[in-house]
Ligand binder design. Structure first.
Ligand code: GLP
Length: 260
């Protein structure tokens, strides 16, 4: 696991965008795993700027969302599909028909989750998966207690997550109780995981995920089991990392041939 500590959220956006840009340059038909929430926004902002000046293109890429609220159609402004369409796909040249997400309105949720798993495999798997982290250490919507081998399935949100996400709805009561999310096992199948976390509220979950024990109580700690993980944090989110100086030194002295 590589931990990259940067000054602030815009700098985290540049590092995340560097990883995605390098992938698209290498593999124009790449499969991107996209996260929602505020953490990846600086990455998307930077990608939009680069796409705008023609430095990168998403025209041949495919994307898979991590998760979706059960019951929300893509036209709902709080749906994750709406979020990704507006925050990334439309401002760049990512074709809408190649943005995939679990169908929040599927009549058969279990069948939809199984279909989504198959779709990811049929696309060749995810090359780079962007991730945020919840205050309770969740990734996607894998709340504490999620099996570290879990696949895409329905989950019930914790009260804390519903409160945290209430800002996108008309109050906490309007936040759906159920979601469909890629499982921890699904996420670990991606070839490169990039977790972006900024701000003091993320210091504790980041430290638990990176330096704590691997436990279902902190689903993001499962990243320690993956061979290629980049954790991009600003100084505030890095505040509780015991090995912060070592991570800084490692990054500073990285051999030039070694990519992120
Ligand atoms: C939601 C999403 C997660 C995201 C988390 C943190 O729960 N399902 O994918 O990581 O929010 O969001 P933020 O980045 O806004 O703190």
């Amino acid at each position: 696991m590589e931990v990259v500590i940067v000054a602030d959220a815009p700098a985290a956006g540049v590092v995340g965008a560097d990883i995605v840009s390098a992938l698209l340059t290498r593999t124009p038909a790449a499969v991107l795993g996209l996260a929602t929430g505020s953490s990846p926004l600086p990455v998307y902002g930077e990608l939009i700027r680069r796409s705008g000046r023609g430095a990168i293109s998403f025209a041949a890429a495919t994307a898979f969302l991590l998760d979706e609220y059960v019951g929300l159609p893509p036209s709902h402004p709080a749906s994750y599909r709406w979020f990704i369409d507006h925050e990334l796909a439309e401002p760049v040249d990512l074709p809408s028909e190649r943005v995939n997400g679990p169908d929040g309105c599927a009549a058969d949720v279990a069948a939809e989750c199984a279909r989504y798993e198959r779709a990811i495999v049929e696309a060749g798997g995810v090359d780079v998966q962007l991730l945020g982290i919840g205050a309770d250490g969740h990734i996607g919507f894998n709340e504490p207690g999620s099996s570290l081998g879990s696949r895409t399935r329905i989950k019930t949100l914790t009260e804390q997550t519903r409160r945290d996400n209430a800002r996108f709805f008309d109050g906490p009561d309007a936040v759906p109780r159920h979601v469909m999310t890629q499982g921890v096992g699904t996420i670990l199948d991606a070839r490169h995981l990039v977790l972006v976390a900024t701000g003091a509220a993320k210091a504790e979950p980041v430290a638990k995920a990176v330096e704590g024990p691997v436990t279902a109580m902190v689903p993001a700690s499962a990243l320690q089991l993956h061979p290629h993980v980049t954790v991009v944090v600003d100084e505030a989110a890095a505040a509780d990392l015991r090995l912060a100086d070592y991570y800084r030194e490692t990054f500073r002295s990285k051999p030039p041939w070694q990519q992120l």
